[in-house]
Design a protein around this ligand. Structure first.
Ligand SMILES: Nc1nc2c(c(=O)[nH]1)N[C@H]1C(S)=C(S)[C@@H](COP(=O)(O)OP(=O)(O)OC[C@H]3O[C@@H](n4cnc5c(=O)[nH]c(N)nc54)[C@H](O)[C@@H]3O)O[C@H]1N2
Ligand SMILES: Nc1nc2c(c(=O)[nH]1)N[C@H]1C(S)=C(S)[C@@H](COP(=O)(O)OP(=O)(O)OC[C@H]3O[C@@H](n4cnc5c(=O)[nH]c(N)nc54)[C@H](O)[C@@H]3O)O[C@H]1N2
Ligand SMILES: [Mo]
Length: 787
């Protein structure tokens, strides 16, 4: 989240799009209802009328996979009706930048597309620059080559009629959403966008999020209380795990991992290539060297490039989808699954299950034996005599049985203490990793092969025996001075000469001195005067609660409006003051060089309306999902042209003739994820006991299906049998003159536990977003019949 949970109470309009927080993030609704007491409004945009929709003031349906068309239409509405915050847009975004003539857009393709590699030459999207390399600007926003004018032209194609034809949202509903949400473009007003998996799980997932950011920037809603683009994160610590590089392409703190390419051959070359000249990322060498120092300790010296050569460097894509493709082809020997149940949760789960049998070994670390760790059993539909995979199941302690921190959607790092002891042989994941690391180091102690070097170089000193000392881990994450052993006060103190270490620069500052682990702080006194509660836990970075808060003030440093003040420039004290930690150099005056550039992480200091770095284009453009019931109305390019389509039979594609119905998948309050956690609980199993599929009354009538009938849903990948829930929550969509049916189902079921049912993911495709590879779980084609 750019903002945080209790900040939602300040919003004038919350647009929930691609999420169902009333069920999946219920606490958020406490704050939305508070906002409503102040006159705030709630909008829900979802293919189905959800429990969040039921709480909303305004609801609009949209067909799964058409968010860019919807938001593109809202961008167009904002521009055509002059509802944008002009000074904010001109000063704080790159709307004023002049784009080179080589940038073009024609019939769904941006310039620079190479058919052979399905990728763009992004250099064609560059800005015009002056002799010092600074982008040329027109702050009047009139130059026809300005980002603003190009954006206006791009989205002029997204008029209300076309939007309605593509999304299936009735034009009146769409316009009501535009009118209400765009009312927040005025100074003194703020609107928030809340999103989650309905947004991201698409072949255009990244660009969906981008479109939200553009709309919010146009309305001047970023950096203010009650504003922002707010990602409602999933599992209790999914924010923390991405921060700590569970994403395959990253090192901790969102530092892109080095690859096996000549430009990354040495630490010097890597830092030279990947460090921007301006903006806060120009400090990257300090973060990288401090990280290497944390990992390799005394084995990281100036003379050996701080052990840079010990880092693994790969050139492939290591996302979930790619790994399972590799497994299917027999390219992987073994795998560790720490708390993962892909036979239920993975895309095209039937094939993912088949892939597992190509492994020599698998280690599952889990609270239960899941559909995945028992994939080889008869009950799973397998023939054990044909499967040679050796499976180890290590019992894991649950969250209540161990201590450590989790980071929530608000970026708050909160320490949790152990409530009860583990049972039986179960161990905390951290203990399991610790034991593994210690044993593997022991195993390689006397080996001198190249493979042994990184293992030997790893500095692993977190106490003795099976229990690592978490306090040592915490101190290392914060970072300390390597000579004195004294904690550093924050990432500003990290150095690139090996004199400091830090396991994750964005968290540096949470443990600034001995005895003060701020993630343990639960001080609810409101010392700052706002509602940021700066002493409750610790928010990265630097305990800042609202990101980009410099943008809450005008260029001269005065808040755009008093009621939405966060920080302001205090000329007498010569610093920024207010009720949050400034997301800015605290002593930089508005009149200083760069003093009006709120987006300090970006080289130009302004936010990107035009982003020339993403794989699929600088402006979000609507493309149809991998499987779609209709041709693309906006261009002749059907699917995102930069998406990787995997070869082989892992990903059969269904066509509209055989599979004319759009399907989506989602969660329910009563179940958790792949269901291991809830289908093993009697009382939750009783609440939602069976796999079911929601279908509209109209489709039910057409197919002769009654409520509670058993039905078969089939896709090109497989089929599932489930109970029909005939409901008003789905309605047929009117698209381009025709009628298209839309269904939906929960994805929580498998054959284990008390509440059993067919796995929805046997239907879903094995294809992902062009930038992140998150699977397209949310939009695919199917057919439905009575069982
Ligand atoms: N009770 C419960 N809570 C949970 C979880 C759980 O399993 N159970 N899981 C947690 C996790 S890990 C996560 S990631 C979050 C996910 O939180 P959410 O994203 O809220 O979860 P979903 O229910 O998968 O999807 C949200 C909505 O997206 C809609 N949708 C489908 N396709 C589209 C589309 O193309 N556009 C738009 N705008 N909407 C679409 C669906 O109808 C659904 O209502 O929830 C977390 N909270
Ligand atoms: N069709 C469809 N599929 C989806 C989604 C969707 O919306 N639609 N959503 C996707 C999303 S957002 C997510 S996050 C994934 C989730 O996919 P998974 O991560 O595979 O699913 P979970 O059920 O969260 O799996 C967690 C496993 O961890 C175990 N576990 C719980 N606590 C601990 C612990 O402390 N330690 C260890 N070692 N194990 C533990 C549980 O018993 C469970 O078996 O699913 C994805 N799959
Ligand atoms: Mo998730």
């Amino acid at each position: 989240m750019t903002n945080h949970w209790n900040d939602l109470q300040h919003t004038d309009v919350a647009m929930i799009i691609g999420a169902n927080p009333a069920e999946n993030h219920p606490i958020s609704f406490r704050w939305l209802l508070k906002a409503r007491e102040r006159g705030g409004k709630i909008i829900s945009v979802d293919p189905r009328f959800t429990r969040s929709s039921a709480q909303a003031d305004l609801y609009s349906p949209l067909r799964s996979g058409t968010d860019i068309a919807f938001i593109g239409g809202m961008i167009n509405y904002t521009l055509q009706n002059n509802l944008f915050h002009k000074e904010y847009v001109a000063k704080y975004t790159n709307a004023s930048f002049i784009v080179k003539k080589s940038f073009k857009f024609d019939d769904g393709l941006f310039s620079g597309f190479d058919e052979a590699t399905s990728s763009y030459d992004k250099t064609q999207w560059a800005f015009e620059t002056d002799k010092d390399g600074k982008p040329l600007r027109d702050e009047k926003l009139e130059n026809p080559r300005s980002v603003f004018q190009l954006m206006k032209k791009h989205y002029s194609r997204y008029d209300a009629e076309t939007v309605s034809t593509v999304t299936g949202s009735p034009k009146e509903d769409f316009l009501k959403v535009c009118e209400l949400f765009c009312s927040t473009g005025k100074a003194g007003k703020a609107g928030t966008i809340m999103y989650a998996m309905g947004t991201t799980q698409h072949t255009v997932g990244t660009q969906n999020v981008r479109s939200y950011a553009m709309l919010q920037l146009l309305l001047g809603n970023i950096g203010l209380p009650g504003g922002g683009v707010n990602a409602l994160r999933g599992e209790s610590n999914v924010q923390g795990s991405t921060d700590f590089a569970l994403l395959w392409g990253d090192l901790p703190g969102y530092i892109g991992a080095p690859k096996a390419i000549p430009e990354h051959a040495t630490l010097e070359a890597f830092l030279e290539k990947e460090t921007p000249k301006a903006g806060y990322w120009s400090n990257k060498p300090k973060f990288v060297v401090s990280l290497l120092k944390a990992w390799y300790g005394p084995n990281a010296t100036k003379d050996n490039e701080f052990a840079y050569q010990m880092l693994p460097k790969g050139n492939k894509n290591y996302s979930h989808i790619s790994l399972f493709n590799a497994m299917y082809k027999g390219e992987l020997e073994g795998t560790f699954l720490f708390g993962q149940n892909p036979v239920v949760g993975g895309p095209n789960a039937g094939k993912e299950k088949e892939s597992l049998s190509n492994l020599k070994w698998m280690v599952a670390v889990d609270l239960w034996e899941t559909e995945t760790s028992s994939f080889w059993q008869k009950e799973a539909g397998s023939d054990p005599s044909t499967i040679a995979t050796e499976v180890f199941l290590l019992p894991a302690s649950s969250s209540f049985e161990k201590e450590g921190s989790v980071t929530n959607s608000s970026r708050w790092m909160q320490y949790r203490w152990k409530a009860i002891d583990s049972r039986g042989e179960a161990k905390a994941d951290l203990e399991i990793i610790h034991i593994l690391a210690t044993k593997i180091k022991e195993l390689y102690k006397n080996e001198s092969t190249p493979a042994a070097q990184p293992i030997k170089a790893l500095h692993w000193e977190y106490g003795h025996g099976d229990h690592p000392d978490i306090d040592i881990v915490c101190k290392e994450i914060n970072g300390y001075d390597y000579k004195t052993g004294k904690q550093v006060p924050g990432f500003g103190a990290l150095m690139d000469d090996g004199s400091t270490c830090s396991g994750n620069w964005i968290y540096s500052g949470f443990y600034p001195e001995e005895g003060n682990n701020r993630s343990k702080s639960r001080d609810s006194k409101n010392t700052d005067g706002g509602t940021n509660f700066l002493n409750w836990s610790y928010a990265w970075p630097a305990n800042r609660r609202i990101l980009y808060n410099r943008a809450s003030a005008d260029p001269s440093g005065k808040p755009w409006s008093e009621e939405r003040a966060v920080i302001n420039w205090d000329a007498s004290q010569k610093k920024w003051v207010g009720n949050d930690i400034p997301d800015f150099v605290p002593t930089k005056a508005p009149t200083d060089e760069g003093g009006t550039n709120p987006f300090i992480m970006l080289g130009d200091g302004v936010a990107g309306m035009f982003v020339p770095t993403l794989n699929d284009g600088p402006f979000p453009e609507h493309y149809e999902p991998f499987e779609s019931p209709v041709p693309n109305v906006f261009s002749s390019v059907e699917m995102n042209p930069t998406v990787k389509v995997w070869d082989g039979d892992f990903n059969k594609k269904g066509n509209y003739k055989d599979f004319p119905i759009v399907a989506t998948t989602y969660r329910v309050s009563e179940h958790w994820q792949s269901g291991s956690m809830t289908r093993n609980q009697e009382w939750l199993s009783e609440l939602v006991a069976h796999m079911y599929v929601e279908i509209s009354e109209e489709l039910a009538k057409e197919k002769g299906i009654k409520n509670k009938d058993k039905i078969v849903v089939s896709s090109a990948r497989g089929d599932v049998t489930a109970y029909a829930m005939v409901t008003k929550r789905f309605k047929p969509y009117k698209l381009n003159g025709g009628t298209i049916h839309h269904i939906g189902m929960p994805w929580h079921f498998g054959y284990k536990g008390y509440a059993t049912g067919d796995t929805a993911n046997r239907l879903t495709p094995h294809i992902g977003d062009a930038n992140t590879m998150i699977p397209e779980y949310k939009a695919f084609l199917c057919n439905v019949r009575r069982a």
